[in-house]
Design a protein around this ligand. Structure first.
Ligand SMILES: [Zn+2]
Length: 286
C-alpha cells in the first residue's frame, strides 16, 4: 500500500484544455513516471478556440470536442483526475468573448480563487504549478489563472476562512511555467529568415514573441523530460483541434523539445535563495 504521507502530489492549474500538455506536459509525464500523482484544474473548456469545422461537427460543441481531447491527453499522461471550474473561455484580448458574462475573466478573483483553494485543501498537493504573471504569452485567461492561484494560496492557508469544512493547507512549493528568454531572443532573430513574423505566431497568430520578451522572468528550475518525451508527444497528439498532432503544431514546445526536451519554471514559493537552477521541483522544499 502506498503511504499517503510519502505520496507526492502535484496540482496543475490552467485555463484551457491543452495548456497543461503544450506548456508542461513533459514535466507532468516525468513526475507521473516517477510515482507522483498529478491532478489538473482547468478554468474553461476552451469554448472560444478555433478548430476545423469538420472536426467540430463530430461533437456537440467546441467545449465537448476540447474536453474529449483533454481527457484523451490526461489518459496518455496518466493524470489522476481533471476538474473543470465551469467558466467560459474569454478568448484573446479584445475579442467579443471577453465580455460574455460567463467568461472566466469576468469572474471576480475572490470567487475563482476560492474554487481553486477548495482543490488545494482537498487534494493537499506538495506542489502547485501554474502560469507566470503574464500568462506565458499574454492570454487574458492565463493571467487571470495566475492571479487566481496567488489569491487561492492565501485563502487556502488562512484557517479563518472556511471552505466546506476543509483544513487549511500550505503547499511546499509553487512554480510558474515560463519560456526561456535567452533562447527566444535567438528565435526572434531567426524567424524573419523563415518568413515568420515574431509578433504573430501560433495557429491563431495570437502569440507575440516581442511582447513576451518585455517581461524577463528568472528561471529557477529546468525539468528535462527526454525519457518521457514520447508520452508527452502522444498527449499532444490528442489535441487535433489545436494542431497537436502535427509536429510543428505548437512551435514553441516543438522548438524546446528539439533543443533539449526541457520545460522551465520560475519559483514563486518559497522565495528562492540564490541563483542555482534546480532540476527537480521537489528539491530543497522538505
Ligand atoms: Zn490557454
Amino acid at each position: 500500500m502506498v503511504n499517503q504521507n510519502m505520496l507526492k502530489k502535484i496540482l496543475v492549474v490552467t485555463a484551457h484544455p491543452d495548456d497543461e500538455t503544450f506548456g508542461m506536459g513533459g514535466t507532468i509525464a516525468k513526475y507521473i513516471s516517477e510515482g507522483s500523482q498529478v491532478f489538473v484544474v482547468c478554468a474553461t473548456k476552451g469554448e472560444a478556440g478555433e478548430a476545423d469545422p469538420a472536426l467540430v461537427r463530430q461533437y456537440e460543441s467546441m467545449a465537448a470536442l476540447r474536453e474529449a481531447e483533454m481527457r484523451c491527453a490526461m489518459k496518455e499522461l496518466g493524470v489522476q483526475e481533471v476538474f473543470f471550474l465551469g467558466y467560459r473561455d474569454s478568448g484573446m484580448q479584445g475579442s467579443v468573448d471577453n465580455t460574455n458574462p460567463n467568461a472566466f475573466i469576468q469572474a471576480p478573483l475572490q470567487e475563482t480563487a476560492r474554487k481553486i483553494a477548495f482543490y488545494i485543501r482537498k487534494l493537499q498537493p506538495q506542489l502547485v504549478l501554474t502560469f507566470d504573471p503574464m500568462g506565458g504569452y499574454g492570454h487574458p485567461d492565463h493571467i487571470h489563472t495566475y492571479q487566481s492561484v496567488v489569491r487561492a494560496l492565501e485563502i487556502s492557508t488562512d484557517e479563518k476562512i472556511d471552505i466546506k469544512g476543509l483544513k487549511s493547507f500550505q503547499p511546499k512549493g509553487v512554480y510558474l511555467h515560463t519560456f526561456p528568454r535567452k533562447m527566444m531572443r535567438i528565435v526572434i532573430k531567426l524567424m524573419p529568415l523563415f518568413g515568420r513574423d515574431p509578433t504573430k505566431f501560433g495557429k491563431n497568430e495570437d502569440i507575440d514573441f516581442v511582447e513576451i520578451l518585455q517581461a524577463d522572468y528568472p528561471i529557477h528550475a529546468r525539468i528535462r523530460y527526454k525519457k518521457v518525451a514520447d508520452i508527452r508527444e502522444k498527449a499532444a497528439a490528442c489535441y487535433r483541434s489545436q494542431g497537436g498532432d502535427k509536429q510543428s503544431g505548437y512551435f514553441i514546445s516543438w522548438l524546446l523539445r528539439f533543443v533539449n526536451s526541457s520545460e522551465v519554471f520560475m519559483q514563486f514559493y518559497p522565495v528562492p535563495l540564490g541563483h542555482r537552477t534546480k532540476h527537480d521541483l521537489f528539491q530543497g522544499l522538505e
